[in-house]
Ligand binder design. Structure first.
Ligand SMILES: C[S@@+](CC[C@H](N)C(=O)[O-])C[C@H]1O[C@@H](n2cnc3c(N)ncnc32)[C@H](O)[C@@H]1O
Length: 279
């Protein structure tokens, strides 16, 4: 259905988190992705204002955008919500064309909230190659560096008794930053459904974990192949979404049914493990 039909039936301040990837008007990706500029601005304003009304006071919104519509989206989002960050999604590009300009290796994600009091669960990103290269050979099998294995300059910075209370763990990466490195969903990727603008589950996972809790309600007004729904389901959030195109709707439905099975299988194996350890 059209997102507006869905939102009409949702009461205000109900949604904890919106993660969405709206039409960018690139004029090629799907049937209604080809509006005159003024109509596109109107369309964008309408959905952002409608979705903002449904957010709880502690709610957040993540919105994918490309460079061309970055400024327009920001000016609209600023009217309804509180700006928190602009995340850069950096990916590698296999297209080695004879470029006459810098190759495009990023897209953007706006992070806005309904107010300055918002749900936030601190996330970490994987440790960098450089950290692993310089520290891993000194760490124990769980990634911890013992005081005696610190270099002399670090020993001078920490007292042994303080350090031992919370020793450094090389496998624990730094707090997540606003440059996120994730591969795009390629034609060979396992999660690939064939939607022209499918987003990676791993990047959506960060947003869902950072900005919602189990049982919270997640909305995506532009579901596409269902990436937000899948991730919400996997991490035990409730979810609701709309998709106007029948074939994309079927894609999302299929994917969601498969996800239900895999979540149940995980639960099944956890239960089996529990019985085995009880024995
Ligand atoms: C950029 S895609 C989303 C892709 C999605 N993030 C994924 O990973 O598969 C945007 C989707 O919004 C849908 N759409 C466009 N206008 C809509 C509307 N008025 N109501 C609901 N869905 C709409 C399009 O059919 C398209 O599938």
């Amino acid at each position: 259905m059209d997102y507006y039909e869905l939102l009409k039936n949702l009461s205000e301040s109900k949604i904890d988190l919106v993660v969405t990837d709206p039409p960018y008007n690139k004029k090629k990706d799907f049937s209604n992705d080809n509006l005159p500029t003024d109509k596109f601005v109107e369309f964008t304003d309408k959905w952002i204002s409608a979705v903002s009304e449904k957010l709880k006071p502690t709610g957040s919104l993540y919105c994918f955008v490309n460079l061309e519509c970055l400024w327009m989206f920001k000016s609209i989002l600023d009217r309804y919500l509180v700006f928190q960050n602009l995340l850069v999604w950096h990916f590698d590009s296999m297209l080695r064309k004879n470029a006459t300009n810098y190759e495009n290796r990023c897209e953007f994600v706006f992070f806005y909230t309904k107010s300055d009091e918002f749900t936030w669960n601190h996330q970490r990103e994987p440790p960098s190659d450089m950290t692993l290269r310089s520290w891993l050979n000194r760490a124990d099998k769980d990634g911890y560096i013992m005081y005696d294995d610190l270099c002399e300059s670090d020993k001078a910075r920490f007292k042994r008794e303080n350090y031992d209370k919370s020793p450094r763990n090389v496998l624990r990466g730094p707090p997540v930053g606003n440059v996120l490195r994730f591969a795009r969903v390629s034609s060979r990727s396992k999660e690939r459904m064939g939607h022209p603008t499918q987003k990676p589950e791993s990047i959506v996972e960060i947003f869902v974990k950072a900005s919602s809790n189990e049982g919270d309600l997640v909305l995506d007004p532009f579901v596409g192949s269902g990436t937000t729904m899948i991730v919400a389901k996997r991490f035990r959030r409730r979810f609701v979404g709309s998709e106007i195109d029948g074939s994309f709707y079927e894609m999302a439905r299929y994917r969601l049914d498969e996800e239900v099975v895999s979540v149940r299988m995980d639960e099944f194996f956890t239960t089996i493990d529990k019985f085995a350890s009880d024995d």
